[in-house]
Each structure stands twice: as C-alpha cells, then as structure tokens.
Design a protein around this ligand. Structure first.
Ligand code: GCO
Ligand code: MG
Length: 403
C-alpha cells in the first residue's frame, strides 16, 4: 500500500487564477490535479482544504476508483461544479501517482495509444472580419487543421471570444463582472456571413468550428444551424443553455450542422439524455470539471455506445495539469473527436512545466511516467490570487442574458 501522507492546495495567478492539488505518498511520489473553477476558485480550494484533504491522509493512493466513490457517495450532496471539480483534482493526482509508481505515462495505463496524435483545434478571433481572416491565416500557417472562428458582432460590445487587438483572450479580467450588451438578431444575421467569409477565403480543406456560448433559444439555434449548413461546420458549440436537454430535439429536427455540448457539465447525468437520444454529435466535458479521468472515461464510454464523439474543453482556464490529463485520455478512447487547444501564457508556463508537444495539427502527450507535468511551487508563490470574474451579458432592455 502506498499511503497518502500530504495533501496541499496551491492557489496561484500566473496571468489568471489556478487552483492545484498536490498529493504526496509515503514513498515521496507526488501527484498533481487541477481544481480550477473559473470565477469561483476559492470555493473549490476551501472544499478541498477543509473537507477533502483531511480525509485523504492515510488512504491508499493506488485505490483510485474506491477514493472516487468515497468522495462522491460520501459527500451525500451529489454532483455540482464545486464538488465534481474537487473530486476531479484528487482523481487526476491519483492517476499521476499511479503512472509514476508504474513507470508509465497515464495513456499506457488507459490501454495505450489508439491513434498517433490528438487532433487539436485552436482559436482564431477578430474584432472585424478582416482581422479574423488574418488570424485564421496565421493559424493555418502554424499547421492547425481545425480552427474555431469568433468575430465581434455589430451592435454588441465585448462579444464572447473576441480579445482586444493583439491581446491574449482572458475574459475573467476584473474584480467585478464586466457587463456586455447582447443582440440576438444582429448575431443571427452576422455569424453565417462571418463563417462564409472564412470559407470563401480559405476553402474547405480544414475543419471550421464556432462557439455560440449558450446564447440562443432552441428555435434560434435551429435557424443558425440551417444557415451554417453550406459552410460545412465541424460543429456548432453550445447553441442553447444545455441544462434543458430535451430542447436539443428541436434543433436536431431542423439542421444537419453537428452540435457539440458539455463544457459546463459536471457529471454523466447532465448529458445522459443528450447522448442516449443521440441529440448531440460531440460531448465536450473536461477532466477537471467532470470528475476527473475516472468519470470522464465513463461519459465517453456511454457516448461511444451511441455514436457520439469527444471534444474536450481546453480553454486557458483549465490548467496545464488538466490539458496534460485530457491528452492521455484523448489518445486512448475509441470515439475521440477533437481536443480544444487554446494554449497558456508565458507566465503560466513559468509555474507549470509540461511535456506535451504540438506539431502539424496534432498534440502529443508526454511519455514521462504519470501525467508528465511539474509544478514549480516557488514560481507559483510569486503570483498571488486576485479576485477575477467572468463577464455578464444584458439584453438591450437591461435584462440578464447568457454570456
Ligand atoms: C470554450 C469556452 C471557454 C469558456 C471558459 C469559461 O469553448 O473554450 O466556452 O472560453 O468561456 O472556459 O471559463
Ligand atoms: Mg465553449
């Protein structure tokens, strides 16, 4: 038995806030887990520090499934982003430890590679269409085979996904949520034109993706899906707030544009109907928000049964620990679809040292034992936590809308 002797929570803000869990065994083996929940970071840090870490001391680090069940069933209060992000951090740290003890990268523990590389999609953005086209060109130049395109919307200030010119996109930038204005009609008119401009300039030899970010009603999403059909999208992401799973039936009845959902889900129960009724094409749950490698594999196995492929969330607010873990899963699951890859800032790289690589459109996880990521605790201490919130959106009449 390899006992857990220490469990430590590290909160650091190298460019943005990250919460990281460090587990250490009696043999001195260290495992890392990502516990970052953007805008609600300290809730997970406290959940771990005050309620989970004390329970981990003395447990057998090798018993991953048992620890998962212990924390999930043992909480009594099931699911929820805070609980599931905390469980995910423990789970991922334990897989890291198991890999290090076995002397194998985590993907070998999961059955070994089922493909040569992990297809990645990047983000191209622009304040206007010419700026977006320049950014798409730059990413094609870098070798990307799949590109998510977002442009600002006329009449909408601070649209989701569009950074100020030349800046890294980080919307959680202020101590109180920034407020934007939303205009559905303008978006519905503009978005198909933007995708059309990308296809007209660059053709169809790469995958084109777009994130709607939960801002439409089902019938509006159905119309957008129809209008996008001629542009042969890889997917239309988060068309509606997906807690209403049966709403996707209506979208499905109207369009052949593929649908991707799941970054805000935290358990298999959030997507059970979407998957079993084949209402989506891609499930986008992440290692760090959906219960770790153990639970993510369960979701992906259900998805495989129903012909749904994977598309793990990989925004910058998921730490490099999370991305490392996702890549090990991506390499091994039979129904892999695509992996989001936004990259991290140089400051983030000072704290998190990773071994994954990108070449010719594909990511490759590290071959080191475990996850292949190290966290520099001294560097982390140089970047103290700062309160930061995601923005909010209001309609023209001042009422709240989805961001
Ligand atoms: C994506 C996401 C992100 C989220 C972010 C919230 O598809 O990458 O929509 O950009 O907005 O993860 O914290
Ligand atoms: Mg998204």
């Amino acid at each position: 038995m390899s006992q857990i002797v220490d469990a430590k929570v590290i909160v650091t803000a190298p460019g943005r806030n990250y919460v990281t869990l460090k587990l250490t065994t009696a043999d001195g083996v260290v495992g890392w887990g990502d516990a970052t929940l953007n805008g609600r970071e300290l809730a997970v840090a406290s959940y771990l520090r005050d309620h989970v870490c004390p329970l981990l001391i003395g447990r057998d680090a090798q018993r991953i499934e048992d620890t998962w069940q212990y924390l999930y069933k043992g909480a009594y209060w099931r699911r929820g982003p805070v609980t599931m992000t905390a469980i995910a951090a423990v789970d991922v740290a334990l897989w890291d430890i198991k890999g290090k003890v076995a002397g194998m990268p985590v993907h070998q523990l999961l059955g070994g590679p089922a493909r040569d590389g992990v297809l990645a999609y990047c983000h191209a953005t622009g304040e206007d269409v010419p700026a977006l086209l320049d950014d798409v060109a730059a990413h094609l130049e870098q070798g990307y085979l799949a590109i998510r395109a977002q442009a600002s919307v006329p009449g909408v200030d601070k649209a989701y996904g569009v950074p100020a010119r030349g800046e890294f996109y980080e919307p959680a930038s202020s101590a109180v949520p920034e407020e934007g204005r939303w205009d559905t009609e303008s978006y519905l008119r503009h978005a198909p034109e933007v995708m059309g401009a990308v296809r007209e300039r660059f053709g169809f030899d790469f995958h084109l993706l777009h994130d709607v970010h939960h801002r439409l009603t089902p019938i509006e999403a159905a119309r957008l899906g129809k209008d996008l059909e001629e542009h042969r999208m890889f997917w239309m992401e988060d068309p509606t707030p997906a807690e209403d799973q049966s709403a996707f039936r209506l979208i499905r009845q109207h369009t052949t544009t593929p649908v991707a959902v799941g970054e805000v889900f935290n358990s298999i129960w959030d997507c059970q109907q979407l998957i079993s009724e084949r209402l989506i094409d891609y499930v986008r749950t992440s290692v760090s928000h959906a219960g770790g490698i153990t639970h993510l594999r369960r979701i992906f196995a259900l998805a495989e049964l129903h012909g749904v492929r994977t598309g793990c969330h990989g925004a910058g607010d998921l730490s490099p620990v999370s991305l490392s873990a996702a890549l090990h899963v991506d390499l091994t699951v039979p129904n892999f679809g695509i992996q989001e890859y936004m990259g991290h800032t140089e400051q983030t790289a000072e704290v998190f040292h990773t071994g994954y690589t990108f070449a010719h459109g594909y990511l490759h996880p590290s071959d080191e034992p475990g996850l292949g990521v190290q966290v520099d605790e001294e560097a982390a201490a140089r970047f103290p936590y700062e309160p930061r919130y995601l923005p909010v959106n209001r309609r023209r009449d001042g009422s709240m809308h989805d961001w």
